[in-house]
Structure formats: C-alpha cells, structure tokens
Design a protein around this ligand. Structure first.
Ligand SMILES: [Zn+2]
Length: 98
C-alpha cells in the first residue's frame, strides 16, 4: 500500500506540483515572514499575526501596499468608515505623515 501511495503522490506532483506538506519554521527578514517548503524550496508567505500562511490574494495586496499602489488607512482616521479602506496614492494628502 505504501508503494501505491508513493506512486500516486508522484503522479499528483507531476500534474499539480508540490503540496508543500513539509514546511520549515517561520522566518522573518526585513519585516516579511515566510516558511520554506523542505521538499521543493518554495517560499510561502506567512502571517505572524494569524499564524497561518497567506493566500495568494493576501500576498498580492501586501505587495501592492509595499509598492505604494494603495495605502491602508485605519478606520479611526476616516469618519463614517466601517473598516480599513484602500486609497489610491494619488488621492493621498501631501501633508499627512507616512
Ligand atoms: Zn513544496
């Protein structure tokens, strides 16, 4: 049975890639946390706040924030806001602190 499982795992990897089952402990460099897959070496973004891997959507959002495409403003700073709002850089006030 173990041989069958190995063969099926090999075929699964060919079609769908690594399942990233064996991960390292989280590392944090330059305020970005990640885990590394010990099988294929892929770097997977990790949130120390939620202690979970980040989804592809969360990674894209984080990269957009780092690139300065959007700015996250806390709800307390914006009246009548129901949560953090994404604001394009072009509409930022120049006198506001970064
Ligand atoms: Zn992997």
């Amino acid at each position: 049975m173990n041989v069958i499982r190995e063969v099926l795992g090999f075929i699964f990897e060919i079609f769908f890639g690594c399942r990233h089952d064996h991960l390292s402990r989280p590392f944090t460099l330059q305020q970005q946390s990640y885990k590394v897959c010990l099988d294929c070496g892929k770097q997977l973004w990790y949130s120390p706040d939620t202690m979970r891997l980040l989804s592809a959507r969360q990674v894209r959002r984080m990269q957009a924030i780092d690139a300065g495409e959007v700015k996250v403003i806390p709800a307390a700073a914006m009246p009548a806001a129901n949560g953090p709002q994404l604001v394009p850089v072009s509409s930022r006030r120049p006198d506001s602190a970064a």
